[in-house]
Write a protein that binds this ligand. Structure first.
Ligand code: FAD
Ligand code: FES
Length: 522
């Protein structure tokens, strides 16, 4: 899939598309087939090749065309869901391994960058968890103790955060975090993979996987890859129809990039304790573009398909930023993307439940897909080579986290509630009231239609029923996409699949006519 078909673009996408190999035009046999060329798939492919395995990577879009090009690329062992909660859900040993694995992931990225001389602006820097509201000192104190118990002994509570807008608030300092340019990193991995004999095929959507053994991976093009093992690193797995999607939820997150004078903001990563929280970093701008640098600020997350007020959310991020970073100038970038939050704060990496033992998944980034994607590379390599790995139980996709049962119930009640939109009216009474360049849901008898009018006034209609499990999609004005409020499948304005768990387009209506329908929006 290619998230370039969405309306907004991130700073990383200015790099252009990573030159992508051709599609899979004939059948191939390999040790491991990796589906998905984002950070998780590319890291897994690279590490398996280093172990002498033959590897084929398939991707529906270009390399890095999924959420990896919409990230903000903080590399952290400061867990988004907080060590306090990780200890509650996974116990002391689980918390210790979460810290160990995220630390190892940053170390591994650094080692790959140095080893392969990848010019991706990787650097180590401090991260600060801030009490920006002035009301959560106790949370910081508890988090400090939990993180130290987890083995991160160098974390400290300091009374004043080093950035001017924050210098009156206390914060936790996490040393040796990291940041990089995610697409430059993937371009480097691509070169390394190809040099080791790995094959990458893009514009190749995988339709289904038979686990075998050997496994047969079927592309929509009609070609196949026969493999001993298959890794599905498609961000949201299309080969796990239900199980995993009851344990994770899709959220849209928003990002603004402000021009700031060089040196006006202390270079570091910043996160606050609000819910949803804000995340901040700096990024160099090309000298041809600006003398300053870019302050990248994200936040204002909401469940995918369950809000359509991006302008308000961007405005709130802007207000928050200008108050705390007074040097913030012109807004040069705005974009959004999707994260997958698991009920217990950690990714699902390992054997796909209810599938053959040779089919693996990596999903549930929990807002930390750079490190979770790298952990996936390390862990899946061990599992495929049948080597013991101490993290395998912690990240096992089949795990049942009893202490997160409340969150499980809450998420699934929320999903069940989305099916009631089958009974409601459309967003508009009639397709005639859809302005050029916008979309709306219109009721058509017992069903619903996703109708989009292009800039020339031509109407495009498809079924509004998500091919995953039948929820009704919603129009996303910010990205001009159709988003499913149940498990986060997304489609471009004409109904073509952007991301799963669905694995096919919205059903098109061959000869659309204007619907003069009847039922008003509720
Ligand atoms: C706004 C935002 C900010 C973020 N900030 C951070 C951060 O600071 N730090 C951090 O660690 N994480 C962050 N994340 C999360 C992180 O970016 C993602 O979790 C990560 O990029 C996901 O990588 P991936 O390889 O799992 O998936 P993707 O990059 O989405 O790659 C999946 C690939 O699979 C392909 N694919 C899908 N289905 C098929 C199919 N059927 N056949 C073939 N190919 C298929 C897609 O085309 C895609 O290229 C952020 C995310 C967002 C949106
Ligand atoms: S993503 Fe599951 S029903 Fe749409």
């Amino acid at each position: 899939m290619n998230s370039r078909l969405e309306q907004t673009t991130s700073i990383w996408m200015q790099l252009g598309v990573i030159s992508s190999p051709a599609s899979l035009s004939k059948d191939v046999v390999t040790d491991v087939c990796v589906v998905g060329a984002g950070i998780a798939g590319m890291t897994t492919a690279y590490l398996l090749l280093r172990e002498g395995k033959s590897v084929v990577v398939l991707d529906d879009g270009p390399i890095g065309g999924g959420q990896t090009q919409r990230t903000t690329a903080h590399l952290t062992n400061a867990i988004d869901d907080r060590y306090i909660n990780i200890e509650d859900w996974h116990g002391y040993e689980g918390m210790r391994m979460a810290a160990e694995s995220h630390t190892a992931a940053i170390d591994r990225i650094e080692a790959i960058v140095n080893d392969k001389k990848i010019e991706c602006e990787f650097e180590r820097l401090d991260g600060y968890l801030l009490d920006s509201s002035g009301e959560s000192l106790e949370i910081l104190q508890r988090e400090l103790l939990a993180a130290r118990r987890a083995g991160l002994s160098q974390i400290e509570l300091i009374p004043h955060c080093p950035s001017p807008g924050f210098n009156t608030v206390p914060c936790l300092r996490f040393p040796r975090q990291g940041q990089f340019h995610p697409l430059k990193y993937l371009a480097g991995l691509k070169q390394a993979i190809q040099r080791m004999g790995g094959l990458i095929f893009t514009q190749t959507r995988v339709e289904k996987i038979e686990s075998g053994p050997p496994a047969i991976v079927h592309a929509y093009l009609g070609t196949t890859v026969t493999a001993h093992s298959v890794v599905v690193a498609t961000n949201s797995p299309f080969n796990d129809f239900v199980t995993i999607h009851t344990k994770q939820a899709a959220y849209i997150s928003y990002v603004l990039g402000f021009e700031v004078p060089k040196g006006s903001v202390t270079k570091a990563l910043y996160w606050d304790t609000e819910s949803p929280y804000h995340y901040v970093r700096l990024q160099a701008l090309p000298e041809s573009e600006s003398n300053g640098e870019l302050l990248i600020v994200g936040g204002e997350d909401h469940k995918t398909g369950q809000a359509n007020d991006a302008d308000d959310r961007y405005r709130r991020i802007e207000e928050w930023t200008r108050k705390r970073f007074p040097a913030s100038g012109k807004i040069l970038y705005r974009w959004s993307g999707q994260v997958l939050e698991t009920i217990d704060g950690l990714a699902f990496i390992g054997r796909n439940p209810l599938d053959g033992p040779n089919v693996y998944i990596a999903t549930g980034d929990s807002g930390q897909g750079m490190t979770h994607g790298t952990i996936a590379g390390i862990l899946l390599t061990d599992l495929i080579l049948e080597r013991p790995n101490p993290w395998s139980t912690l990240y096992d996709p089949s795990r049942k986290t009893l202490r997160a049962a409340g969150r499980y119930l809450q998420e699934n009640l929320n999903v069940a509630a989305q099916y009631t939109t089958w009974m409601t009216g459309g967003d508009v009474d009639s397709t005639q009231s859809i302005a050029p360049g916008t979309g709306a849901i219109v009721r058509a008898g017992l069903s619903k239609v996703a109708a989009y009018r292009d800039d020339r006034g031509v109407l495009h209609q498809c079924s509004a029923v998500c091919p995953h499990l039948g929820c009704i999609v919603e129009w996303n004005r910010n990205e001009s996409t159709w988003d499913c409020p149940c498990h986060g499948s997304r489609f471009d304005k004409q109904g073509h699949l952007l991301c799963g768990p669905a694995n096919s387009d919205l059903e098109s209506i061959a000869t659309p006519s204007e619907i003069g329908s009847i039922v008003a929006a509720e």
